[in-house]
Ligand binder design. Sequence first.
Ligand code: MEV
Length: 307
Amino acid sequence: PLHPRAEAHGKVIVLGEHAVVYGYPAVAAGLPQGIVLEASPRPDPRLPITLTIPAWDLDLELHAGSDHPVARACLEVLAHCDGPVTGWALHGASALPARAGLGSSAALTVALARLVFGPDASIDDVVAASLAGERVFHGEPSGLDSRVAAQGGVLRYVRGEPPRSIVPGAPLPLCIIPSGIPRSTADQVARCRSRLEHLPSVVRPVLIAIGQAVESGIHAIEHGDLDTLGVLFDVAHGLLGALDVSSPALDRMAADARAAGARGAKLTGAGCGGCLLALAGDAPDAAARLTAAFPTLRPLFVEVAAS
Ligand code: MEV
Protein backbone atom coordinates (compact mmCIF):
# COMPACT_ATOMS: atom_id res chain seq x y z
CA PRO A 1 0.00 0.00 0.00
CA LEU A 2 1.57 3.23 -1.17
CA HIS A 3 0.40 6.77 -0.44
CA PRO A 4 -0.98 8.56 -3.50
CA ARG A 5 1.33 11.57 -3.81
CA ALA A 6 4.67 12.82 -2.51
CA GLU A 7 7.12 15.61 -3.24
CA ALA A 8 10.82 16.31 -2.74
CA HIS A 9 13.12 19.26 -3.38
CA GLY A 10 15.99 19.55 -5.78
CA LYS A 11 19.24 20.79 -4.28
CA VAL A 12 22.15 22.94 -5.13
CA ILE A 13 25.40 22.64 -3.19
CA VAL A 14 26.53 26.17 -2.44
CA LEU A 15 29.95 25.13 -1.07
CA GLY A 16 31.57 21.94 0.17
CA GLU A 17 30.91 19.17 -2.37
CA HIS A 18 33.36 16.24 -2.32
CA ALA A 19 35.00 17.34 0.96
CA VAL A 20 31.63 16.54 2.62
CA VAL A 21 32.20 12.85 1.74
CA TYR A 22 35.24 12.93 4.09
CA GLY A 23 33.43 14.52 7.03
CA TYR A 24 34.02 18.22 6.29
CA PRO A 25 31.03 20.61 6.34
CA ALA A 26 28.99 21.65 3.30
CA VAL A 27 26.26 24.21 2.77
CA ALA A 28 23.42 23.50 0.36
CA ALA A 29 20.02 24.92 -0.54
CA GLY A 30 16.79 23.18 -1.45
CA LEU A 31 15.39 24.14 -4.86
CA PRO A 32 11.69 24.70 -5.43
CA GLN A 33 12.18 22.69 -8.62
CA GLY A 34 12.04 19.09 -7.41
CA ILE A 35 9.79 16.15 -8.14
CA VAL A 36 6.14 15.25 -7.63
CA LEU A 37 5.55 11.50 -7.61
CA GLU A 38 2.06 9.99 -7.85
CA ALA A 39 1.03 6.38 -7.33
CA SER A 40 -2.08 4.80 -8.78
CA PRO A 41 -3.12 1.13 -8.64
CA ARG A 42 -2.49 -1.06 -11.71
CA PRO A 43 -5.41 -3.17 -12.98
CA ASP A 44 -3.85 -6.33 -11.55
CA PRO A 45 -2.20 -6.04 -8.09
CA ARG A 46 0.29 -8.79 -9.04
CA LEU A 47 1.80 -6.71 -11.85
CA PRO A 48 5.22 -5.18 -11.15
CA ILE A 49 5.47 -1.53 -10.21
CA THR A 50 6.09 0.77 -13.18
CA LEU A 51 7.93 4.10 -12.98
CA THR A 52 7.46 6.75 -15.65
CA ILE A 53 9.19 10.13 -15.49
CA PRO A 54 8.86 11.67 -18.96
CA ALA A 55 11.11 14.65 -18.13
CA TRP A 56 13.97 12.24 -17.42
CA ASP A 57 13.18 9.80 -20.25
CA LEU A 58 12.45 7.08 -17.70
CA ASP A 59 9.92 4.34 -18.30
CA LEU A 60 10.76 1.26 -16.24
CA GLU A 61 9.36 -1.82 -14.59
CA LEU A 62 10.68 -2.32 -11.08
CA HIS A 63 11.35 -6.01 -10.72
CA ALA A 64 14.06 -7.95 -8.95
CA GLY A 65 16.73 -8.84 -11.48
CA SER A 66 16.50 -5.50 -13.30
CA ASP A 67 19.97 -4.14 -13.93
CA HIS A 68 18.80 -0.55 -14.45
CA PRO A 69 20.35 1.52 -11.61
CA VAL A 70 17.16 3.57 -11.14
CA ALA A 71 15.10 0.38 -10.82
CA ARG A 72 17.60 -1.11 -8.37
CA ALA A 73 17.69 2.09 -6.32
CA CYS A 74 13.88 2.28 -6.19
CA LEU A 75 13.67 -1.36 -5.10
CA GLU A 76 16.09 -0.60 -2.24
CA VAL A 77 13.74 2.16 -1.08
CA LEU A 78 10.65 -0.02 -1.52
CA ALA A 79 12.32 -2.70 0.61
CA HIS A 80 11.32 -0.42 3.53
CA CYS A 81 7.66 -1.38 2.90
CA ASP A 82 6.17 -4.07 5.12
CA GLY A 83 6.07 -6.99 2.71
CA PRO A 84 6.50 -7.04 -1.08
CA VAL A 85 4.85 -4.29 -3.13
CA THR A 86 3.43 -4.79 -6.60
CA GLY A 87 0.52 -3.44 -8.57
CA TRP A 88 1.32 0.27 -8.69
CA ALA A 89 1.99 2.72 -11.49
CA LEU A 90 4.28 5.57 -10.40
CA HIS A 91 4.33 8.76 -12.41
CA GLY A 92 6.84 11.55 -11.80
CA ALA A 93 6.82 15.17 -12.95
CA SER A 94 10.00 17.20 -12.56
CA ALA A 95 11.46 20.48 -13.72
CA LEU A 96 14.95 19.40 -12.65
CA PRO A 97 17.43 18.20 -15.23
CA ALA A 98 18.50 14.61 -14.42
CA ARG A 99 22.13 13.73 -13.69
CA ALA A 100 23.11 17.39 -13.60
CA GLY A 101 24.26 17.70 -9.99
CA LEU A 102 20.93 19.12 -8.81
CA GLY A 103 19.95 16.17 -6.68
CA SER A 104 17.56 14.42 -9.07
CA SER A 105 18.33 10.95 -7.72
CA ALA A 106 17.94 12.06 -4.11
CA ALA A 107 14.67 13.83 -4.97
CA LEU A 108 13.35 10.64 -6.57
CA THR A 109 14.35 8.37 -3.68
CA VAL A 110 13.05 10.84 -1.06
CA ALA A 111 9.69 11.17 -2.85
CA LEU A 112 9.48 7.38 -3.17
CA ALA A 113 10.26 6.95 0.53
CA ARG A 114 7.40 9.37 1.26
CA LEU A 115 5.04 7.27 -0.88
CA VAL A 116 6.04 4.34 1.35
CA PHE A 117 5.93 6.08 4.74
CA GLY A 118 3.25 8.72 4.15
CA PRO A 119 3.14 12.45 4.76
CA ASP A 120 3.70 12.22 8.52
CA ALA A 121 6.96 10.26 8.33
CA SER A 122 9.96 11.66 10.16
CA ILE A 123 12.63 13.27 8.00
CA ASP A 124 15.21 10.89 9.50
CA ASP A 125 13.25 7.80 8.36
CA VAL A 126 12.76 9.27 4.88
CA VAL A 127 16.46 10.14 4.60
CA ALA A 128 17.51 6.66 5.76
CA ALA A 129 15.33 4.97 3.11
CA SER A 130 16.48 7.41 0.43
CA LEU A 131 20.11 6.67 1.30
CA ALA A 132 19.57 2.95 0.68
CA GLY A 133 18.68 3.94 -2.89
CA GLU A 134 21.43 6.55 -3.22
CA ARG A 135 24.02 3.87 -2.36
CA VAL A 136 23.10 2.12 -5.62
CA PHE A 137 24.01 5.25 -7.58
CA HIS A 138 27.21 5.90 -5.70
CA GLY A 139 28.67 3.72 -3.03
CA GLU A 140 29.42 6.21 -0.27
CA PRO A 141 27.01 9.16 -0.41
CA SER A 142 27.56 11.76 2.27
CA GLY A 143 23.79 11.97 2.77
CA LEU A 144 23.75 15.68 1.96
CA ASP A 145 21.60 15.31 -1.16
CA SER A 146 18.95 13.19 0.59
CA ARG A 147 18.82 15.52 3.58
CA VAL A 148 18.30 18.64 1.45
CA ALA A 149 15.80 16.85 -0.84
CA ALA A 150 13.75 15.93 2.23
CA GLN A 151 14.11 19.12 4.26
CA GLY A 152 14.70 22.04 1.86
CA GLY A 153 15.93 25.43 3.11
CA VAL A 154 19.60 26.32 3.48
CA LEU A 155 21.49 23.76 5.56
CA ARG A 156 24.95 23.36 7.03
CA TYR A 157 25.58 19.65 6.83
CA VAL A 158 28.23 17.40 8.29
CA ARG A 159 28.03 13.67 7.65
CA GLY A 160 26.38 11.87 10.57
CA GLU A 161 25.37 15.06 12.43
CA PRO A 162 21.98 16.79 12.59
CA PRO A 163 21.96 19.61 10.01
CA ARG A 164 21.81 23.26 11.04
CA SER A 165 19.46 25.69 9.25
CA ILE A 166 21.14 28.80 7.91
CA VAL A 167 19.21 32.06 7.61
CA PRO A 168 20.57 34.26 4.81
CA GLY A 169 21.10 37.89 5.88
CA ALA A 170 20.28 38.94 2.32
CA PRO A 171 18.68 36.99 -0.53
CA LEU A 172 21.22 34.93 -2.50
CA PRO A 173 20.89 35.59 -6.23
CA LEU A 174 21.95 32.17 -7.52
CA CYS A 175 22.25 31.40 -11.20
CA ILE A 176 22.48 27.71 -12.11
CA ILE A 177 23.82 27.02 -15.59
CA PRO A 178 23.50 23.44 -16.84
CA SER A 179 26.54 22.44 -18.91
CA GLY A 180 24.47 19.84 -20.74
CA ILE A 181 27.25 17.31 -20.05
CA PRO A 182 25.92 14.36 -17.99
CA ARG A 183 28.30 12.65 -15.57
CA SER A 184 28.26 9.99 -12.92
CA THR A 185 28.59 11.04 -9.29
CA ALA A 186 30.21 7.68 -8.49
CA ASP A 187 32.97 8.28 -11.07
CA GLN A 188 33.63 11.77 -9.75
CA VAL A 189 33.77 10.63 -6.13
CA ALA A 190 36.23 7.92 -7.25
CA ARG A 191 38.42 10.47 -9.09
CA CYS A 192 38.66 12.58 -5.96
CA ARG A 193 39.46 9.52 -3.84
CA SER A 194 42.17 8.38 -6.21
CA ARG A 195 43.85 11.80 -6.10
CA LEU A 196 43.64 11.78 -2.29
CA GLU A 197 45.18 8.31 -2.11
CA HIS A 198 47.93 9.22 -4.60
CA LEU A 199 48.98 12.47 -2.88
CA PRO A 200 47.46 12.52 0.62
CA SER A 201 49.79 15.15 2.08
CA VAL A 202 48.88 17.58 -0.72
CA VAL A 203 45.21 16.74 -1.24
CA ARG A 204 44.11 16.46 2.41
CA PRO A 205 44.83 20.20 2.93
CA VAL A 206 42.66 20.92 -0.14
CA LEU A 207 39.73 19.14 1.56
CA ILE A 208 40.43 21.07 4.77
CA ALA A 209 40.49 24.35 2.79
CA ILE A 210 37.11 23.50 1.23
CA GLY A 211 35.73 22.94 4.74
CA GLN A 212 37.14 26.34 5.78
CA ALA A 213 35.57 27.96 2.70
CA VAL A 214 32.22 26.52 3.86
CA GLU A 215 32.54 28.06 7.34
CA SER A 216 33.57 31.44 5.88
CA GLY A 217 30.78 31.11 3.31
CA ILE A 218 28.16 30.48 5.99
CA HIS A 219 29.36 33.56 7.86
CA ALA A 220 29.10 35.56 4.61
CA ILE A 221 25.60 34.17 3.86
CA GLU A 222 24.36 34.99 7.37
CA HIS A 223 25.74 38.52 7.16
CA GLY A 224 24.58 39.19 3.60
CA ASP A 225 28.22 39.65 2.50
CA LEU A 226 27.77 38.57 -1.11
CA ASP A 227 31.10 39.97 -2.31
CA THR A 228 33.00 37.65 0.07
CA LEU A 229 30.72 34.76 -0.88
CA GLY A 230 31.55 35.39 -4.55
CA VAL A 231 35.28 35.27 -3.84
CA LEU A 232 34.73 31.98 -1.95
CA PHE A 233 32.92 30.56 -5.00
CA ASP A 234 36.01 31.32 -7.12
CA VAL A 235 38.35 29.84 -4.49
CA ALA A 236 36.16 26.72 -4.18
CA HIS A 237 36.18 26.22 -7.95
CA GLY A 238 39.97 26.25 -7.93
CA LEU A 239 40.11 23.80 -5.01
CA LEU A 240 37.67 21.45 -6.76
CA GLY A 241 39.91 21.60 -9.83
CA ALA A 242 42.77 20.47 -7.58
CA LEU A 243 40.60 17.47 -6.64
CA ASP A 244 40.40 16.59 -10.38
CA VAL A 245 36.63 17.06 -10.63
CA SER A 246 36.40 20.14 -12.87
CA SER A 247 36.72 20.09 -16.66
CA PRO A 248 37.82 22.49 -19.42
CA ALA A 249 34.14 23.17 -20.23
CA LEU A 250 33.30 24.07 -16.61
CA ASP A 251 36.45 26.20 -16.30
CA ARG A 252 35.46 28.11 -19.44
CA MET A 253 31.89 28.55 -18.18
CA ALA A 254 33.18 29.89 -14.83
CA ALA A 255 35.38 32.42 -16.65
CA ASP A 256 32.45 33.44 -18.91
CA ALA A 257 30.13 33.91 -15.91
CA ARG A 258 32.68 36.13 -14.14
CA ALA A 259 33.21 38.13 -17.34
CA ALA A 260 29.42 38.59 -17.52
CA GLY A 261 29.46 40.26 -14.08
CA ALA A 262 28.96 37.33 -11.69
CA ARG A 263 30.45 37.92 -8.23
CA GLY A 264 31.89 34.43 -8.39
CA ALA A 265 31.33 31.07 -10.04
CA LYS A 266 32.03 27.43 -9.25
CA LEU A 267 31.01 23.99 -10.31
CA THR A 268 28.26 22.53 -8.14
CA GLY A 269 27.64 18.88 -7.31
CA ALA A 270 29.92 16.12 -8.49
CA GLY A 271 31.61 18.08 -11.31
CA CYS A 272 33.13 17.20 -14.70
CA GLY A 273 29.80 18.22 -16.25
CA GLY A 274 26.56 18.90 -14.44
CA CYS A 275 26.02 22.56 -13.57
CA LEU A 276 27.92 25.75 -12.91
CA LEU A 277 26.72 27.88 -10.01
CA ALA A 278 27.21 31.63 -10.31
CA LEU A 279 26.44 34.31 -7.75
CA ALA A 280 24.85 37.09 -9.75
CA GLY A 281 26.05 40.66 -9.29
CA ASP A 282 23.74 43.49 -8.22
CA ALA A 283 23.68 45.48 -11.49
CA PRO A 284 20.10 45.88 -12.77
CA ASP A 285 21.02 43.93 -15.91
CA ALA A 286 22.87 41.14 -14.00
CA ALA A 287 20.45 38.37 -14.99
CA ALA A 288 20.22 39.56 -18.59
CA ARG A 289 24.02 39.59 -18.94
CA LEU A 290 24.34 36.05 -17.55
CA THR A 291 21.55 34.85 -19.82
CA ALA A 292 23.24 36.47 -22.82
CA ALA A 293 26.60 34.87 -21.89
CA PHE A 294 25.07 31.37 -22.17
CA PRO A 295 22.65 31.69 -25.09
CA THR A 296 22.12 27.94 -25.54
CA LEU A 297 22.26 26.73 -21.93
CA ARG A 298 19.14 28.23 -20.30
CA PRO A 299 20.42 29.50 -16.94
CA LEU A 300 18.04 28.97 -14.04
CA PHE A 301 17.75 31.90 -11.59
CA VAL A 302 16.85 31.10 -7.99
CA GLU A 303 16.70 33.68 -5.23
CA VAL A 304 17.33 31.93 -1.91
CA ALA A 305 15.94 34.01 0.96
CA ALA A 306 15.15 33.53 4.64
CA SER A 307 11.97 31.44 4.74
C1 MEV B 1 27.03 15.11 -5.05
O1 MEV B 1 25.85 15.86 -5.25
C2 MEV B 1 27.81 15.66 -3.91
C3 MEV B 1 29.13 14.95 -3.60
O2 MEV B 1 29.73 15.68 -2.51
C4 MEV B 1 28.91 13.52 -3.21
C5 MEV B 1 28.19 13.35 -1.85
O3 MEV B 1 28.08 14.31 -1.10
O4 MEV B 1 27.80 12.21 -1.58
C6 MEV B 1 30.09 15.00 -4.77
